[in-house]
Design a protein around this ligand. Structure first.
Ligand code: AHR
Length: 631
């Protein structure tokens, strides 16, 4: 966050003429309307836009298990034949290192020697980011056609110079499948993502490879872990929960392409990988346990969505006996995540390295089941509800569409809109029935800007968040979607995303900063307040935290001219000095990109004239949080 050592209010008053009538904002700080949901802001995640593979999941080798191959050959792998070496490669669909991975890459080396090596190279996820004096941990399953194939040379090579920047040799490869571990350490190199990994031999013969893996240092040094920069960006959003594993990713296009959690746990070689609905193969390296650990690493509770018998292309399982195995599977999944070590699946979790149960309070049944035209959701939900409540009465159960015959604990509402649509809909929940289910806004976003959203979107988001805070007695949780996008060509399946990255770096969209500001200054109570003379693109929300003696006033001016506000705070003494955090730009199309990541960022300044009554001017296209001290 930048600091601006002037009073934005005074500066704005002095420099800009006000075209809008002042809004009269009256806040009764001694009267509480309701408590703020402490879990209001969280994260929603799924494998889309190369969110995990090629994103958060730090694996550097793309198509490491050779599942992705076709007319174009084995995707992201290329033959290596230095000098006079002769070799060819192809997928072997009948030989692999495990029951889950029954295919591999076979390289047939007809001719090679120490100076003319042959093998294969991997291009990574749009390159491989390498930094100076860094150790990369790798492993590979390999098998030789005969015992005289010799050692396997592994190197990280600069795309531009063709020179190895780190290399290692592993002992002669045996004729049985074996896992070999290695490390590659760089020297004093320049940071770059224009690198690849190569694996070569010095003798003729056949070499099979599978599960070729390479990791940089990860967040909290977890093996099979996550990218530190993306974890830190999420931490900057102060999220209270993580909704996982989707989204469409939970459902899959077909029933057998759903997120089948049991195939995503345990050693990587035992995970078969699966086709995701976003049209690429998921490595499942980030599986259920890794999701739960991700929540834990950022002190978030998990909102666990269980597959509920409907997949995106329309197939569904009818309620009744056919659905029972899916209900049983969900119960086992919940036991895996929350059961103690005396339970069957709690013991499996402990064996995989995490004896303590995870922090879960909400279970979501399905995703966007309004698209199931068979009308089976009510029956499917009821069957899951009955079984889960019987075994786990402590959990709140979330439905994904309104039900006619029963009241779920929580209803998941999704909103993808333009900024103007959100401006027009900020009072959506003001008059909502408080006797119905609580609301989880499980997916929402202002869709303007690509691949990440622009300032117009941040303004739409901020306006919508003022409405969610005002209704945070009803709205228990909200999570923006999608969270991530790999900005390389072909990386994006869904426009308008929150955080962008390539192999080397990452950045936040203006929407990212708007959310971070709202979540950081959430508050615990909503005091009574009212506004008059509001212009159509002015929005506000006010919360406070009595334990800290702070009032958080969020102000949004989505118009092209100043918005003056006359603020009247009654019931307490307010200090004249207040912090002001502002996110603004010159026009709604302004944005951040991978090359200009910090064009729109929050700026901190001071308000010097706060008090029981004071005037403030919000500059055009601005989102502001004023942090007032009171006694
Ligand atoms: O967030 C992108 C997609 O939008 C989600 O997968 C789905 O739930 C929704 O339709």
């Amino acid at each position: 966050m930048k600091w601006l050592f002037t009073s934005t209010s005074l500066l704005a008053v002095a420099l800009l003429s006000s075209a809008q009538t002042p809004v009269k904002l009256s806040i009764q700080l001694n009267e509480t309307a309701h408590a703020v949901s402490p879990t209001l802001y969280g994260l929603m995640t799924e494998e889309i836009n190369y969110s995990y593979d090629g994103g958060l999941y730090a694996e550097m080798v793309r198509n490491r298990a050779f599942q992705d191959h076709g007319f174009g050959g084995v995707a992201h792998w290329h033959i290596v034949h230095d000098g006079n070496a002769m070799a060819s490669m192809q997928p072997d669909l009948a030989d692999g290192p495990s029951a889950a991975l029954q295919n591999s890459l076979v390289i047939d080396v007809q001719k090679a020697d120490a100076n003319n090596q042959a093998g294969a190279r991997n291009e990574g996820y749009w390159g491989m980011a390498l930094r100076a004096n860094t150790t990369y941990k790798g492993s590979v399953y390999a098998k030789a056609g005969s015992s005289d194939l010799g050692p396997l040379n592994i190197a990280l090579v600069s795309d531009n110079s063709g020179k190895a920047v780190a290399s290692v040799t592993i002992r002669p490869i045996t004729t049985e499948w074996r896992r070999y571990e290695f490390t590659l350490t760089t020297g004093n190199i320049e940071t770059s993502s224009e690198n690849h990994l190569r694996l070569t031999v010095e003798h003729a013969g056949k070499l099979w490879l599978d599960m070729v893996s390479l990791f940089p240092p990860t967040y909290k040094n977890r093996a099979n872990g996550n990218r530190p920069d993306l974890m830190e960006m999420m931490a900057g959003m102060h999220p209270k929960f993580l909704r996982l594993p989707g989204g469409n990713y939970l459902e899959g296009d077909q029933i057998d392409e759903r997120f089948d959690w049991k195939t995503t746990i345990g050693p990587l070689v035992d995970r078969p990988t699966h086709r995701s609905p976003w049209n690429y193969q998921s490595s499942d390296g980030l599986g259920l346990l890794e999701f739960l650990e991700w929540s834990e690493d950022l002190n978030m509770q998990t909102v666990l969505a269980v597959y509920a018998g409907y997949s995106l292309k329309g197939d569904h399982i009818h309620p009744g006996p056919a659905l029972t195995p899916f209900v049983e599977d969900a119960l086992e999944e919940i036991e895996f995540a929350t059961g103690d070590t005396s339970t069957k699946w709690g013991a499996v979790r402990a064996k995989l390295g995490h004896p303590a149960p995870f922090d879960i309070h909400y279970i979501e049944i399905g995703n966007e089941d309004q698209f199931d035209r068979s009308g089976s959701y009510e029956g499917r939900f009821a069957q899951f509800y009955k079984a889960i409540k019987a075994k786990y009465p402590q959990f709140e159960l979330i439905a994904t569409e309104p039900l006619k015959r029963m009241k779920p604990d929580v209803l998941d509402d999704h909103y993808y809109k333009r900024a103007d649509e959100f401006f027009a809909d900020v009072h959506h929940y003001d008059k909502w029935d408080r006797n119905g289910p609580k609301i989880f806004v499980g997916e929402w976003a202002t869709r303007e800007g690509s691949p990440t959203t622009n300032l117009a979107a941040a303004l739409g988001d901020a306006a919508w968040m003022t409405g969610m805070e005002r209704n945070s007695d009803l709205i228990v949780m909200a999570s923006y979607a999608p969270l991530f996008v790999n900005v390389n060509p072909g990386g994006m399946q869904w426009e308008s995303d929150l955080i962008g990255y390539n192999a080397l770096s990452s950045y936040g969209s203006p929407s990212y900063y708007a959310q971070s500001m709202f979540a950081e200054y959430l508050g615990t109570e909503v005091p009574k307040s009212s506004a008059s003379d509001e212009s159509p693109r002015f929005f506000y929300s006010v919360t406070r935290d009595p334990s800290k003696g702070k009032v958080y006033l969020k102000l949004v001016n989505a118009s092209s001219v100043d918005q003056p506000v006359d603020i009247n705070l009654s019931g307490v003494n307010v200090s004249p000095k207040a912090d002001l955090i502002s996110l603004s730009g010159m026009n709604p199309a302004e944005t951040n990109t991978i090359r200009t990541p910090a064009r729109i960022e929050p700026v901190k300044s001071m308000v010097e004239n706060a008090g029981a009554r004071f005037s403030h001017v919000i500059p055009p296209y601005s989102i502001q949080v004023m942090v007032l001290d009171y006694r």
